[in-house]
Design a protein around this ligand. Structure first.
Ligand SMILES: Nc1ncnc2c1ncn2[C@@H]1O[C@H](COP(=O)(O)OP(=O)(O)O)[C@@H](O)[C@H]1O
Ligand SMILES: [Mg+2]
Length: 377
């Protein structure tokens, strides 16, 4: 059985590796000029310059069970075209809904799923009234293409707004209340074409400068009431979209419950911990779901920490530092770029602390130090 993955980055890599384990081979269909280093040796790479060329380069592939994406920023025209010949999973509408923050908010509003108060400013002359409507502190976000906190501006006060250089902004913008959250969590679910849904335990996520740095799973002290709220919301979304595969929902936890911040129609960075727990990984379950196979277990009591490695893999980490597992995405170095991650299974805060202290010796950095301080407190 084979699957086509539109993309060749780290998510494509980890999907293909998981597929290989269960007898599903992958072909990567990628635009010319995009690096395929992460997926080297994992399957054929077919290049294209246009939607038609993409379809043509897939014509000779035997027995394609499904076409899937590693990013929401996959052209809807390509997905629609391929849908004529193949099962595209998740379907085009699911991917398109997550491409644009305004559409995403409209979907969430339509399903009565709480989000931060928001409005859209389309023209510069609408910006002041939008800012006034939402009030400070607020966040301005580009509607599309944003990731890892890119395309976002935080404005904390009226004074800051007065001196804000608006020429740095490109409209339209989502103007959104900045939420003073207790913490950030994400919920990852998986749904089969037959409609079976399973959830992983939610992860607690730590972001610095808008970039995910660490995920702890299962999130500690997560009440049943909030878990039910989160699962009910993601169920509503997946059923409404007739979703197939893995979907992630990023949330802010507040004293009044959860606010959904962002949706991802794909496997998600905050689910990388599943590679080192006693569950079927999010990658394998995505491959199983899109090929109509039975899902594997998603629930666990074991604790896992995932730490992102940004910029480049330090030379001191070329081998996995015990007791961590290391995942190298084989990407070229660039400041702030996600190039790999570490997973650690731990039994209690004492063993977590001692593992982080030994990690700090081979990989001294602010994040690890901050986590050590937090755990000691
Ligand atoms: N309204 C908000 N209030 C507080 N923090 C926010 C808000 N929006 C975004 N952030 C912070 O920025 C991070 C990245 O924002 P997000 O909307 O998820 O965009 P992306 O992940 O696409 O860059 C969030 O995980 C959160 O830490
Ligand atoms: Mg996000």
């Amino acid at each position: 059985m084979s699957v086509v993955i539109l993309g060749s980055g780290q998510l494509a890599k980890m999907l293909a590796e998981a597929g290989n384990e269960i007898g599903i081979s992958s072909t990567f269909v990628v635009q010319h000029g995009v690096s395929a280093d992460p997926v080297a040796g994992l399957g054929k790479v077919r290049r294209h310059d246009s939607d038609d060329e993409a379809r043509e380069c897939m014509a000779s592939l035997p027995d394609v069970a499904a076409v899937t994406v590693e990013t929401e920023n996959t052209a809807s025209s390509l997905l629609s075209l391929l849908s004529e010949s193949y099962p595209v999973r998740p379907n085009t509408a699911c991917v398109v809904a997550c491409q644009n923050r305004e559409h995403e908010r409209q979907l969430l509003d339509h399903l009565d799923i709480p989000t931060a108060p928001h409005t859209v400013a389309r023209e510069f002359n609408e910006l002041s009234s939008a800012v006034e409507k939402i009030g400070f502190p607020l966040v301005l976000k580009t509607l599309s293409e944003g990731y890892d906190g890119k395309g976002q501006w935080v404005v904390d006060s009226a004074e800051e707004w007065e001196s804000f250089d608006q020429s740095t902004l490109t409209l339209p913008l989502l103007v959104e209340k900045k939420i003073d959250f207790i913490r950030e969590i994400s919920l990852i679910g998986v749904r089969t074409p037959a409609g079976e849904i399973r959830f992983y335990p939610p992860a607690e996520n730590i972001h610095i400068g808008g970039i995910l740095i660490a995920s702890f799973a299962p999130a500690a002290n997560f009440s049943d009431k909030i878990l039910q709220q989160a699962e009910a919301n993601l169920t509503k979304l997946m059923e409404h979209l007739d979703y197939q595969g893995v979907m992630a929902m990023e949330c802010f936890q507040t004293a009044d419950g959860l606010l959904v911040n962002e949706l991802a129609p794909r496997v998600h960075n905050s689910g990388h911990w599943t590679m080192d727990s006693d569950v079927t990984s999010q990658f394998e379950n995505h491959m199983r779901a899109i090929t109509g196979q039975e899902l594997g277990p998603t629930q666990t009591q074991k604790h896992t920490l995932m730490l992102n490695i940004l910029g480049e893999i330090p030379a001191t980490l070329t081998a996995a530092p015990e007791p961590f597992s290391l995942y190298d995405y084989r990407k070229s170095a660039r400041p702030g770029r996600k190039v790999g991650h570490l997973n650690l299974q731990y039994s209690d805060s004492k063993s977590l602390l001692s593992a982080l202290q030994s990690l700090a010796k081979v990989w001294p950095n602010e994040l690890v130090e901050t986590l050590i301080t937090q755990i000691k407190d």
